[in-house]
Design a protein around this ligand. Structure first.
Ligand SMILES: [Zn+2]
Length: 137
């Protein structure tokens, strides 16, 4: 079941397969003509892709722990554990951020609006590239 392209086939490829119209919006022929794309897009395995302009971050849901209510970091609603999830986002080689988001991301983004999404993107981006020759620290 090992797909040799699993790493190379990025979220972008998934977007093209799953949401061709979204893909065209994001990576279309004339990206300069459009305002920077901003949004969260469901990809595979419950993950979300946060896209802002040419930047992309992948949100990986964590296994739920405990049974406290969750507070969505995007729309700021308090959600039950079935309505939201904690996602891990790798923002640098050894650094992750944890973000709580509604699993029904379309409704969540509707509540948050573009301003809310911009705030979230501002917390996540820029993502540091992974350096092969990183100095210790
Ligand atoms: Zn939400």
């Amino acid at each position: 079941m090992n797909d040799p392209h699993s790493q190379e086939h990025s979220v972008r490829d998934l977007l093209r397969e799953l949401f061709p119209e979204t893909h065209r919006e994001l990576f279309g022929d004339h990206p300069q003509d459009a305002p920077p794309t901003l949004g969260l897009y469901p990809v595979a395995d419950g993950r979300l892709a946060l896209v802002h302009g040419g930047q992309l971050a992948e949100f990986t849901p964590l296994d739920p722990k405990g049974k406290n209510a969750l507070h969505c970091d995007l729309c700021h609603y308090t959600r039950s554990r079935t309505e939201a999830a904690v996602y891990r986002v790798a923002v640098a080689a050894r650094r992750s951020r944890y973000v709580t988001l509604c699993t029904a991301t379309e409704a969540c983004q509707g509540r948050a609006g573009r301003r809310g999404l911009e705030g979230l993107a501002g917390r996540i981006f820029p993502i540091e590239p992974v350096h092969a020759d990183e100095h210790g620290g």
